[in-house]
Design a protein around this ligand. Sequence first.
Ligand code: ZN
Length: 99
Amino acid sequence: MPACPICASSQTVKNSCIHNGKQRFKCHDCRRQFVEQTTKKVIDQATRELIDRLLLERISLAGISRAAQVSEQWLQIYINEKYALVPRTLQVAAKKRGD
Ligand SMILES: [Zn+2]
């Protein structure tokens, strides 16, 4: 069974088939129903690490998306999430104690 896309639980069960033949699942933990995303490409860790290195090379997003074979849309979201975490880390690291 696929993991629940909402709460990541593996406690999922087959529920019913929808009209286009896709299998529908139900999550035991959050009780939501979802359809298995067979067409959605999961970006693996190796690709993410490649993107991280390409970002340091000041290559355009379009160039990175072609090199790593991910959509520009996904790349933009990935970068937004990545940089949303950075400022907090920097603020902590930049703090100096006066001695
Ligand atoms: Zn769930």
